[in-house]
Every structure is written in structure tokens, then in C-alpha cells.
Design a protein around this ligand. Structure first.
Ligand SMILES: Nc1ncnc2c1ncn2[C@@H]1O[C@H](COP(=O)(O)OP(=O)(O)O)[C@@H](O)[C@H]1O
Ligand SMILES: Cc1ncc(COP(=O)(O)OP(=O)(O)O)c(N)n1
Length: 262
């Protein structure tokens, strides 16, 4: 049986809700063969981030080389890349022939900062320009576009700034923290705009929603889906995953990666 392949380059979450663990679960439940390169080992759970240890640059390079020399991914996503030196190592492996989904992870829902200021500059100037899709949430879009965002008008202005200043093919501004609904907005370099709305669930169990959403987009791109179709599938997946969350942990719990049938 032939399987499509996808790679996540990100940090860990031993409690299984976010980071690489969420990415691999999302790839698996979309029937895509998942691979993973660890950038930082993060001690975190549903109550927050408690310790971070970065993997050495040599180890990141060796992991990348072992994957790319053996099983080439059909799509790749990056999540937490804490330091610009790590980005330097990863950058040569990203190229526009393999669809690249950049989740510009900066701060966890718990409020804990996950990447340095210098890394944010690197991702703006080097990584985002290579991306097929970049998926900021509200606060990430505010940092990237350098403006406050409070409604649909701001979202469109911020997205256009990100497209013109940083040059990704598509930007999706996720609406989990904007307004009273759960609407995500995509804008393309070619000038198309589209949005997806789901019910907004009244729950604190949204740990790892951003990782999961971008991982599903990556899985669908690995299968050869068009970007807009991939975003639509990711939206349905995350909506069901939140709705059927398992209520685990003592804080903001994880979503249910098995909620959507293939
Ligand atoms: N309470 C909610 N109900 C339904 N969908 C949600 C809810 N919170 C977030 N989402 C969806 O989850 C995805 C991740 O969004 P968001 O929470 O904004 O990102 P992040 O996890 O990066 O902060 C988006 O598709 C968003 O619309
Ligand atoms: C290792 C790691 N990467 C990313 C995040 C942030 O995940 P996200 O999907 O944005 O969900 P929240 O944690 O913000 O709920 C993370 N926590 N850990």
C-alpha cells in the first residue's frame, strides 16, 4: 500500500496535545505517513510550559539529513523553532518544490513565549517567503503585520501586509481569538479571499488547535490537494476535534484527533 508522506519540524509536548505529538496524530488520522524532527524538548502539559531544552544544532542537522536522504516528504510543516541558528540549519532543506506550511508559533495559549525575538525576524525574512501557506493566529498576525487586529477589516489589511512584505503563497489568519465566532480567513498572493466558519465551542479545551490545524493542511497538501481544499478539510477536522474533546488534564485540555472520519 502506498502512503503519502509528511514531515513536521517542531518542539515536543509530552502531554500529547500540541507540537510534534499533535502533528503526528493529525498526519496519522488523515492517513498520511508522518515523520518528525525535534527542535526543542518542552516540558508542558494542559496547565502550561514548565521547562524547555533545545536540541543541539548538530542533532537537528543529522535528523534532517537522515530523513531527506531516505524518505523524502511530500509536504513539510514547521512549528516551534526557537532560535535563529536552528532556522539557519533548517532553511536549506525547505524548497518550493515540496509544499511548506509555516505555523509561526510564538506564544502558547498558556501565555508562555516559545521563540526568541531574533527567531521572529528570521522567520519573517527567510522562512515565510518559502511558504505555500502561513497560519498565524491573531497575536502572531499582529506581530507579523505590526498592527493590532480586532475585526474583519484589520484581518484583510494584516493579511495583505504579510503577503506583500513576506511573500508566502497563502496566509490563513485563524480566528479562534477574534470576535465571537470561529472564522478563519485565507488570502492568496493572486488576490483570492475565502473564509470558513464553524460554531465556536464554549470550552477551555483548545490546547494544540493551531498545531493540529496546520498539520492537517500539511497532510492534505502531501496528498496533492489544492491549498483551499486542504484548509477546508483542516477547518472541519479542528472543529470536530474541539467539539469532541476528551476533557483531559487539569487545565486547557487537548482536542480529539480521532473525531473526524477519513
Ligand atoms: N472555541 C473554538 N470553537 C471552534 N473552533 C475554534 C475554537 N477555538 C479555536 N478554533 C479554531 O481552531 C483553529 C486554531 O485557531 P486559534 O485558536 O486561533 O489558533 P492557535 O491555537 O494557534 O492560537 C482555527 O481553525 C480556529 O477557528
Ligand atoms: C512544542 C509546542 N509547539 C507549539 C505550541 C503551541 O501550540 P498551539 O497549537 O498554538 O496551541 P496552544 O498551546 O497555543 O494551545 C506548543 N504549546 N508547544
Amino acid at each position: 500500500m502506498k502512503l503519502h508522506t509528511a514531515l513536521s519540524i517542531a518542539g515536543t509536548d509530552p502531554s500529547g496535545g500540541a507540537g510534534i505529538m499533535a502533528d503526528l496524530k493529525s498526519f496519522q488520522t488523515r492517513h498520511v505517513y508522518g515523520m518528525a524532527i525535534v527542535t526543542s524538548v518542552v516540558a508542558q502539559n494542559t496547565t502550561g510550559v514548565h521547562h524547555v531544552e533545545h536540541v543541539s544544532l548538530e542533532s537537528i542537522e543529522r535528523q534532517l539529513s537522515d530523513v531527506y536522504s531516505d524518505i523524502e516528504p511530500q509536504a513539510v510543516k514547521t512549528g516551534m523553532i526557537a532560535l535563529p541558528e536552528m532556522m539557519d540549519v533548517i532553511y536549506p532543506y525547505l524548497n518550493q518544490s515540496i509544499p511548506y506550511v509555516m505555523d509561526p508559533v510564538m506564544i502558547a495559549t498558556s501565555g508562555d513565549r516559545l521563540v526568541s525575538d531574533e527567531a521572529v525576524n528570521f522567520l519573517k525574512t527567510k522562512l515565510i517567503p518559502l511558504a505555500a501557506v502561513v497560519t498565524p493566529n491573531r497575536s502572531e498576525a499582529e506581530v507579523l503585520a505590526d498592527m493590532p487586529i480586532s475585526g474583519e477589516r484589520d484581518i484583510a489589511i494584516a493579511a495583505k501586509r504579510i503577503l506583500s512584505d513576506m511573500g508566502p503563497q497563502v496566509v490563513v489568519i485563524k480566528g479562534g481569538h477574534i470576535g465571537t465566532g470561529a472564522t478563519d480567513y485565507a488570502f492568496t498572493k493572486k488576490g483570492e479571499a475565502r473564509s470558513w466558519t464553524s460554531p465556536k465551542y464554549d470550552t477551555i479545551h483548545t490546547h494544540g488547535t493551531g498545531c493540529t490545524f496546520s498539520a492537517v493542511i500539511t497532510a492534505e497538501l502531501a496528498k496533492g490537494h489544492d491549498v483551499m481544499d486542504a484548509i477546508g478539510i483542516a477547518k472541519e477536522y479542528i472543529s470536530l476535534a474541539i467539539k469532541h474533546n476528551p476533557g483531559l488534564g487539569h487545565g486547557c485540555g487537548p482536542v480529539n484527533h480521532m473525531a473526524m472520519k477519513l
